[in-house]
Design a protein around this ligand. Structure first.
Ligand code: 6PG
Length: 242
């Protein structure tokens, strides 16, 4: 049974980043205590950067990093040293210098063509979880101004993928104009906890549409996120909430 969706509104972007960082660390401690490891899929984009920096700056000495397993909820089809790479952003803001075994950071093999990179990532996720369901402890997501999340864009077919765990997509209308590799909604909805991070007045309109009872998932793909047996939290600052 899916738990009630939660809407958490923080006074500003800095408070949102702090609350998000604390939530991630609590989630990690709980997962490690219960199951001996923490599987997280990071969001790309700019919103999570401040929270990632706080995790690095404030919690580096507190994390049980050897038990963390890091995936990307989506990735741009660019080299991992390209500034547009979501992994590059995560390394720059959070992961650099943390004692997470490198083999526990699962980069998308973007040197492969997008379709092959997606199939490869899906195989690695399935191999990682083995016979267990591919159930992440935490998936962080952003919300695009067009209603996309991860790289599941309005009007593009990846948002309708129901059998694969990972797929690929041409770029949406928002930058950067590069192909993507992305978790699908079936994989996202298997998670124990999914948290959207949204900040800034520019997001107000799309947040209002997403939270509306009559939201149309065809127009706002992020509305397809309904954890089957997990928690869904919308975390935002006051500017995004309006
Ligand atoms: C990406 C992200 C994407 C992002 C949204 C919001 O690869 O860009 O995964 O889904 O989360 O576009 O981006 P901002 O946080 O920059 O508004």
């Amino acid at each position: 049974m899916a738990e009630e969706n939660q809407v958490i509104v923080l006074k500003d972007a800095a408070a949102l980043a702090q609350a998000a960082a604390e939530m991630v660390m609590r989630c990690a401690a709980d997962a490690i205590a219960r199951r001996g490891r923490f599987m997280i899929a990071l969001s790309g984009g700019s919103t999570p950067e401040a929270a990632y920096e706080i995790i690095h700056r404030t919690f580096a000495s507190q994390g049980n990093w050897a038990k963390w397993f890091i995936f990307l909820g989506d990735e741009r089809a660019v080299p991992t040293d390209d500034p547009r790479s979501n992994l590059a952003m995560a390394m720059r803001t959070m992961l650099h210098g943390l004692p997470i075994p490198p083999e526990q950071i699962f980069a998308v093999r973007t040197q492969l063509p997008p379709a092959d990179a997606a199939a490869d990532y899906e195989k690695r996720i399935k191999d990682f979880f083995g016979y267990a369901e591919p159930r992440f402890d935490l998936i962080l997501l952003g919300l695009g101004d067009d209603g996309h999340t991860a790289s599941l864009f309005p009007g593009l077919s990846a948002r309708h993928e129901q059998s694969k765990l990972v797929t690929f997509s041409p770029p949406g209308t928002l930058p950067p104009p590069v192909d993507r590799i992305t978790f699908t909604f079936p994989l996202i909805n298997l998670a124990r906890k999914v948290v959207f991070l949204m900040a800034g007045a520019k997001k107000k309109s799309v947040v209002r549409q997403l939270l509306a009872a009559d939201v149309n998932p065809e127009l706002i793909p992020a509305a397809n996120v309904h954890p089957v047996d997990g928690e869904l939290i919308y975390m935002m600052d006051q500017a995004a909430h309006g």
